[in-house]
Structure formats: structure tokens, C-alpha cells
Write a protein that binds this ligand. Sequence first.
Ligand SMILES: Cc1ncc(C[n+]2csc(CCOP(=O)(O)OP(=O)(O)O)c2C)c(N)n1
Ligand code: SF4
Ligand SMILES: [Mg+2]
Length: 350
Amino acid sequence: MASTPTSTPSAGAKKNRIGLTVLDYKGGKTTLCAGCGHNAISERIVDAMFDMGMQPERVMKLSGIGCSSKSPAYFMNRSHSFNSVHGRMPSVATGAVLANRTMAALAVSGDGDSVSIGIGQFVHLMRRNLPMIYIVENNGVYGLTKGQFSATADLGSKLKTGVINDLPPIDICALAIELGATFVGRSFSGDKKQLYNMIKAAISHKGTVLLDVVSPCVTFNDHEGSTKSYKYVKEHEEVLNEVGFVPFFEDISVDYDPGTTTSVEMHDGSQLRLRKLELEYDATDRVGSMKLLHDSAARGEVLTGIFYIDTHKPSFVDLLNIVEEPLATLPQERTRPGKDVLEKIMQGLM
Ligand SMILES: Cc1ncc(C[n+]2csc(CCOP(=O)(O)OP(=O)(O)O)c2C)c(N)n1
Ligand code: SF4
Ligand SMILES: [Mg+2]
């Protein structure tokens, strides 16, 4: 049911539905460490954007500071990009999306950038349901500044130096659901198929998508005792649902078993299909999703899959009733109140 990424090197000449090749979605050469999970996530973004036929120039890439926040330079170099201040990307993203609602916003941040220094901005972004995709490349440490624990490091997790984390972690997904994000899931940088399908589905969502992607830091947090290492995640991963996605431009009559698969219609008519695995689970049940996350964390599992989806809640741009056109293109007559309106305001103040 779930499709797999198509951009193998030999597929370079293949064209997508808008006539571009995968090379049109690539970025600069990565300067991150070889084997860093963040590089694999960039590759999945390229695959998903190419296969969905997104026009690169209609995408804005946003980030803060960190190895993860550097990664927008390594994919989609035809898109617009804004590398902001540490932990302050959400306010820049909010301004950019409100100024031009015709663009798609894709943010890439780190666990430190999002929920250590940046948590104040992060919580307000989540409660607004701003239409954007927000990927947290979660390695439990501040990779760029040499591997100190971040706020997502698990209690008891050990640094290479032997230091043990004595604080409980913040579960980014539980926080996002509690606050109001409308598409929330967790994946693993090493799970190509799951992550690729999640990003494709995220592109079709019109609200805040929060994807918490466990992305091991091979230089500072991939040793014995770390709970964000490749080995630990492989041994403790529990997959909640198999994520399948049928975009609106493909034949949606692809076979699936309605008994075990829930189909959610996305805003653009695409179909998100969640095949239940072990657990009986309803991804539209907000309270149930919170309980699921708490229970699985208590069992020490790294639960992956789509935990929560709501395709009905109005987004922030709908709530503000913002015009369709980019604000910068509006003529003065539509942005400046007329003389009569100003006089009325003045009279009201007298
Ligand atoms: C205001 C400010 N404080 C601290 C720093 C130093 N600093 C740079 S990146 C970073 C943490 C990055 O961690 P994370 O977001 O998890 O990204 P990673 O490098 O792990 O991908 C810190 C503390 C900074 N650049 N600016
Ligand atoms: S230090 Fe860690 S997070 Fe940064 S590029 Fe290297 S492996 Fe990736
Ligand atoms: Mg980090």
C-alpha cells in the first residue's frame, strides 16, 4: 500500500507531473558529518517534493540555528530560504506565511532550536494552526555546539563523556497535539518509506504539520547508553500504523482493505491511508492520541507513525480571513483606508 521513494540516481532523467527532474529539487553539497540522520531527511524531502510535483519557487524553507537548521541549504536550491535566529524561526515563518498565503512553507529545525531555547515561540506556533510543515530533526543534543543534552534527551540517557541526563524529556508530539497542531507524527531518519510517505501526506495538509523525526547525531550521540542512537531506535521502535498516501493526481482506487485501513481525505482530495498494525487506534481521536503517547513513553518505546490528524479545524489564515493574493502585490487603494473611513475613525475618537 505505501509507496517508496523514486529518486535513485538512475531516475535522474524521469520527469514529474510539472515536467521537472529530481535534479531540480536538489540543494548544495552537504557539509554535515557523513552518516548524520539529517542528511537522510533532506533526501526524503527531495523525493517527496519531486513526486508531489511541487513547484520549487512556490516553496519557502525556514529554519533557526543548528546542524539541522543548516540543512535547507542541502535541498531545493530553487526555493526561497530564510535561516533565522536560534529558536526564533516560528515568528519569521508566521510573518512570511501571512504575507503570502500562496506559498507552501517548510520549516526544518532541531530539538534544541525548537524546544530548548525556542520553546516559547514553538508553543504559540502550534496553537495557531498556521499552514506549514514543521520538521524537527530530533537527536536529543545540540549537535552544532558539540553535543550537550537538549530538552528531548531521555531521562538516564548517557553522553559520550559519561554524563547522565537527570531531567525528563519533552515529548514534542504530545506537546504539539495538546497545543493544537492538526497533523502530528513521528518517524525515524533511517525509515525511508515511512518518512517519505509522511512528508507527501504533509504537503497536502492545510494546517500545522509537526513531524518529529528521530535523527541520530553520529558524532556526539550514537554510542552505547544513548536513547537517540541508530541501535537504540532500531531495537525500541514500535510502528503504530503503516502510512500510505495516494495523491489527488493519481488513481485513488488503489486497493486497500477497509477493515484494517482508515482512509482520511485531505484538503486537496488526496487520500491518507493508515493501516493499523498491532494497536486498535483512531488517529482522529485527540485525547486517545495523547494517552497513546504517554503509555508508549512509559514502556520505553520509540513509537512512530501518524498519531493525530484533523482536516476540519480552520487554519490561522482562514481565521484571520486574509486575502488570497500576496500582500505585497495589493494596490494602494486596497491597503490604505479611504478619506471617509479615516474621518469616521477620527470622529469616533473625539
Ligand atoms: C541565541 C543563541 N544561543 C546559543 C547559540 C549556540 N547554539 C547554536 S546551535 C545550538 C543548538 C542546536 O541544537 P539543535 O537545534 O538540536 O540542532 P542540531 O545541531 O542538534 O541539529 C546552540 C545552543 C546560538 N547560536 N544563539
Ligand atoms: S555534529 Fe551531529 S548533528 Fe551535527 S552534522 Fe555531525 S552528526 Fe549531524
Ligand atoms: Mg539536536
